[in-house]
Design a protein around this ligand. Structure first.
Ligand code: NHR
Length: 239
């Protein structure tokens, strides 16, 4: 199937690589730019994984079309279709469990996950958040950064915990905020210069077994991180 590399026998590749291939499920709600980058990295073998399912909280999310294009099975679970929040949350966990992921990635997923979901996937659940955490957890980060007059902004990949955008940070990268930035220009620069680089990097590292959550701390290549890894240099003027 298009976009799959891990599941197929590839002459010349060591069998070890095929055995290590991981199963990824991506949760989306929106446009799917991070999903697209993950699809491409998997297709190129730069993330040693198959994306085995994409689950959306919105039926109209353009991210779903990107998944279909890549031959990835999709599911839609709209919170509004359920009488109670708990019913939705149970259905979501059952849906993702059925896909048997080694790694679950939130990519613009807009629905807060309940404790049962987070606990089930603790250490195997990542998010990319558009701010230099611990600054600006929550929504509308670009607007808040502009309102505060900050000189730098960025994005962070973190393990997800029950505390919203509060799980241990793995890697982050910054961009300069310029005087003529608006929400649109700033969000695009953060996406292009940082998110689309650090999320595939973190997914690849996880799939190679280099990244681990142990007792609430991030370990990378056998050393405990005291602070998140920094994506190279302040990137300027890139959009
Ligand atoms: N769930 C848990 N338990 N922990 C996190 O750290 C999570 C999470 C679910 C999503 C992504 C996060 C982001 O990167 C994320 C992190 C949605 C909201 C939110 O307020 C907040 C943070 C994030 C995503 N959602 C509203 C809700 O009631 C709905 C908002 C809307 O639909 O527009 O779920 O930004």
């Amino acid at each position: 199937m298009a976009g799959r590399t891990c599941g197929l026998p590839e002459p010349g590749l060591p069998t070890r690589r095929q055995r290590q291939c991981q199963r990824i499920v991506v949760l989306v709600s929106g446009f799917g730019r991070n999903l697209q980058a993950l699809i491409e990295h998997c297709a190129q073998g730069r993330i040693e994984a198959d994306i085995v399912g994409v689950v959306s909280s919105r039926a109209g999310a353009p991210a779903l079309q990107r998944a279909v294009q890549a031959g990835i099975p999709t599911r839609v679970l709209e919170p509004a279709e359920f009488a109670h929040r708990q019913d939705h949350d149970r259905a979501l966990l059952a849906t993702v469990r059925a896909l048997q992921p080694d790694l679950v990635l939130l990519a613009g997923y807009m629905r807060i996950l309940d404790v049962a979901f987070v606990e089930h996937y603790v250490g195997r659940l990542l998010n990319v958040h558009p701010s230099l955490l611990p600054r600006y957890p929550g929504l509308h980060t670009h607007r808040r950064v502009l309102a505060a007059g900050d000189a730098v902004h960025g994005a962070t990949v973190h393990f997800v915990s029950a505390e919203l955008d509060g799980g241990p940070a793995i890697i982050q990268g910054g961009v300069s905020v310029s005087a003529d930035d608006d929400e649109q220009s700033l969000s695009e620069r953060v996406m292009n210069a940082v998110e689309l680089n650090i999320y595939p990097w973190a997914a690849a590292a996880f799939c190679r077994g280099e990244l681990e959550l142990r007792a609430g701390r991030v370990w990378w290549n056998g050393r405990r991180l005291d602070s998140p890894l920094q994506w190279p240099d302040l990137q300027q003027d890139r959009s």
